[in-house]
Design a protein around this ligand. Structure first.
Ligand SMILES: [Zn+2]
Length: 321
C-alpha cells in the first residue's frame, strides 16, 4: 500500500515535471508569495528578486507579535502560492488567518533547522527580583522559545537557504535565478557577520551587557558575545503588559547593581517606559534598535543589512562610552 502510494506520488511528480508545471498555484505565470513580516520580506525579496510577486503582511515599523490581519490581508493570503513565516510562535495570528482565507498556499517556516533558544530558568534572564515579580504575574511563560532568529546573521544565512530551497521547489523553472540571487545575498550576509564580530570584539567584555524592552536580542547576544542583563517586559513578546511601578523600581535597582551602561529602546515598542527606566537608573538612554521590524524607507533600518549595521553601531556607541 505504502509502496503503491510512493509510486503514485513519483508518477505525479514526473507528470508535473514533464508538463513544466509549477508545484504551487501561480497567477499570470508568476509565483504569488506572502511573507509575514518586514524583515523576512526583505530576505524573500533578495532571494526571489523579480521572479516573484511578494506581499508582506506586517510592514515596516509594525509589530508582528500583536498584528491583527485585515480582510484585505486575508484576501491576499487566499491568493498566495507560497507563504513564508518565521515559526517559533512569532506569528500567533497566522493559523487563524490561514484558515479564514481557506488558503492552499504551501507554508514554509524559515526557522527550520535553527536550534531555538529557550526561556532561561527563572531569574536567570531577567534582572534580579523584578524577574520573580513578573513570573508570579504570569508574564513570563516557561517553555517558550525565542522567535527572534534574525539577530544572529548565521541564523539568517540558514533562513536564506530555506527560502531559496522553497522557491526552487515551488517554481523550478526559475531555479538558476533563485540560486544566483541566494548566493549573492549570502555573500553579503557573511560580510555583515564578520563586521558585527569586529565591532562587538572591540568592546571590553564587561561592557557587553544588553537591556531592552522585550527579550528580542538573545540570538544576537549568544552569537556576538553579549549578556542579556534583563528586559523591561520580561517576555519574548511585546504582548506582555508593562511592569508596575514597584517592578520598575526593582528593575532600576537591578540595573544599578549589575552596572548596565545603557538601556536600549526598540522601534516596535513604546520608548516612554525605557526612557523612565534610564532616567531613574541614571544611565544613558540609547538610540533606537531595530528589533522586530524594518525601519521606514529612507531610515537607517530600511533593509536587513542596514538594520543590523545600525544596531551594532548603536550598541557599540552606547556601551563603548
Ligand atoms: Zn519580538
Amino acid at each position: 500500500m505504502i509502496r503503491k502510494l510512493f509510486a503514485m506520488i513519483a508518477a505525479a511528480g514526473l507528470l508535473a515535471a514533464a508538463c513544466g508545471a509549477p508545484a504551487v498555484p501561480m497567477a499570470g505565470g508568476v509565483l504569488q508569495v506572502v511573507a509575514t513580516h518586514s524583515i523576512l520580506g526583505d530576505l524573500v525579496k533578495n532571494v526571489g528578486g523579480d521572479r516573484i510577486a511578494l506581499l508582506v503582511l506586517v510592514g515596516a515599523g509594525g509589530d508582528a507579535h500583536t498584528f491583527e490581519p485585515t480582510p484585505q490581508d486575508i484576501a491576499q493570503i487566499a491568493k498566495a502560492g507560497l507563504m513564508f513565516e518565521n515559526g517559533l510562535e512569532f506569528e500567533g495570528w497566522l493559523d487563524d488567518a490561514f484558515a479564514a482565507a481557506d488558503s492552499k498556499a504551501l507554508r514554509v517556516e524559515v526557522s527550520a533547522g535553527i536550534e531555538p533558544l529557550a526561556a532561561a530558568e527563572e531569574g536567570e534572564a531577567h534582572a534580579g527580583a523584578a524577574a520573580d515579580d513578573h513570573a508570579a504575574e504570569g508574564d513570563h511563560h516557561h517553555g517558550e522559545v525565542d522567535p527572534h532568529i534574525w539577530h544572529s546573521v548565521s541564523n539568517w544565512i540558514l533562513a536564506a537557504k530555506n527560502v531559496r530551497n522553497a522557491l526552487v521547489k515551488a517554481d523550478p523553472a526559475n531555479t538558476s535565478a533563485y540560486e544566483a540571487n541566494a548566493a549573492a545575498y549570502i555573500a553579503e550576509l557573511e560580510k555583515l557577520d564578520v563586521e558585527i564580530f569586529a565591532q562587538a570584539n572591540a568592546l571590553p567584555a564587561a561592557r557587553r551587557v544588553l537591556f531592552t524592552s522585550h527579550d528580542a536580542l538573545g540570538y544576537f547576544a549568544a552569537r556576538y558575545g553579549f549578556a542579556v542583563a534583563g528586559t523591561a517586559l520580561a517576555s519574548f513578546s511585546t504582548e506582555a503588559s508593562d511592569p508596575s511601578a514597584a517592578q520598575v523600581a526593582d528593575l532600576v535597582q537591578a540595573i544599578k547593581a549589575a552596572g548596565v551602561p545603557a538601556v536600549f529602546t526598540e522601534n516596535t515598542h513604546n520608548s516612554q517606559l525605557m526612557d523612565q527606566i534610564a532616567l531613574e537608573a541614571g544611565i544613558s538612554f540609547a538610540p533606537e534598535l531595530y528589533t522586530d521590524a524594518l525601519g521606514e524607507p529612507g531610515s537607517a533600518g530600511e533593509t536587513y543589512l542596514k538594520l543590523m549595521r545600525s544596531n551594532i553601531a548603536v550598541i557599540a556607541g552606547a556601551l563603548g562610552k
